[in-house]
Design a protein around this ligand. Structure first.
Ligand code: NDP
Length: 297
């Protein structure tokens, strides 16, 4: 039995971060300033705090300026919108990222909509999603952009391939489908109302699973030779030793017998997300400075 390839997202992300760091060096030489990323964290959610800390570290490691703004859970929407406006006006800031989710009393769409689209390095603003959907230059959400980079690296030309994206969120599923369409793949988006998901997935040369359900996509659903990108991050507790571990949305061990290649969880898509965030910040900095984006990014 042949076993598929495990796509090393960790190594790919490290190479991308190195390219970004080189681009940052050239940007500093050209402009006399570092690109800057501002991260806004509301509340004390431990997982979000960990993400924000690690984003700050990686931003600094890439040679960029990192600005962190922590605000209490009790902050009002108006005060948060005022902060966003300050960051929009701040010339040192090229990228603004608001860590989601926000507390329930704050309208997420209003906050995202207040970010200057030129600084929207998460690519969640409707101006950027509209640009992506209409084939214009856009800041694109980090996770799906990371997935398309891995797919192009593995498969080269995606034109004409059947792609099935499982999940239709604004953060992953929908922009993923747009990116695949832009590469001329034939794209199907599946979701919780899709009938006979197994046979829909079985048509695909490319499967992107972004559901949030542990190992939901079974090995036998995968067409032989398909390439699988597993976006899911699910914490499950091991019945044997009681410890918890992270698994994806795909039953990887089973799928390996069917796939051409698959991203592991952890170590696949996850490390790409922050690397692409740094890439987006550098690209935004270039656009704001009137410079063309560095080649290869
Ligand atoms: P959402 O919860 O926003 O969306 C999940 C999608 O899955 C929805 O469109 C939903 O359908 C669909 N879905 C749910 N159940 C089923 C089912 N039984 N069959 C088919 N489709 C189903 O999640 P996100 O898109 O934000 O994230 C998805 C996963 O990716 C999560 O595990 C998340 O942790 C992970 N993630 C990982 C990142 C990374 O850096 N690696 C970054 C972002 C997310 P419907 O719309 O009909 O409800």
């Amino acid at each position: 039995m042949t076993i598929g390839k495990i796509i090393d997202g960790k190594a790919f992300a490290a190479t991308l971060r190195d390219k970004v760091a080189d681009g940052v060096g050239a940007f500093v030489e050209a402009t006399g300033r570092k690109p800057g990323l501002a991260v806004v964290l509301v509340g004390e959610d431990p997982a979000s705090s960990v993400y924000v800390r690690s984003k700050g570290k990686m931003t600094a490691a890439a040679g960029m300026e990192s600005f962190e703004f922590k605000r209490p859970d009790s902050i009002g929407e108006e005060d948060l919108l005022d902060l966003i406006e300050e960051l929009n006006q701040d010339d040192r800031v090229d990228g603004i990222l608001v860590q989601l989710p926000l507390p329930r009393h704050i309208d997420e769409a209003a906050v995202i909509g207040a970010i200057d689209p030129a600084k929207d390095v998460d690519g969640f603003h409707v101006v950027n999603s509209g640009r992506l959907a209409t084939g214009q230059e856009a800041l694109v959400p980090c996770t799906p952009l990371g997935c398309i980079m891995l797919l192009k690296d593995e498969l080269g030309d995606l034109s004409g391939l059947e792609a099935v994206v499982v999940g239709r969120s604004n953060i992953v599923g929908k922009p993923m489908a747009q990116l695949l369409l832009a590469e001329s793949a034939t794209v199907t988006i599946a979701h919780s109302r899709t009938r006979d998901l197994a046979s829909v997935v079985h048509r695909a040369d490319i499967v992107v699973a972004a559901v949030g359900r542990a190992e939901m996509v079974k090995g036998e659903w995968i067409k032989p030779g398909a390439t699988v990108i597993d976006v899911g991050i699910n914490r499950v507790s091991d019945t044997e030793d009681g410890k918890s571990r992270i698994v994806g949305d795909v039953a990887t061990a089973e799928a390996l017998a069917h796939v051409r290649a698959i991203t592991p969880v952890p170590g696949g898509v996850g490390p790409m997300t922050i690397a692409v965030l740094l890439r987006n910040t550098l690209v935004a900095a270039h656009a704001r400075a009137g410079l063309t984006k560095p080649a290869g990014l």
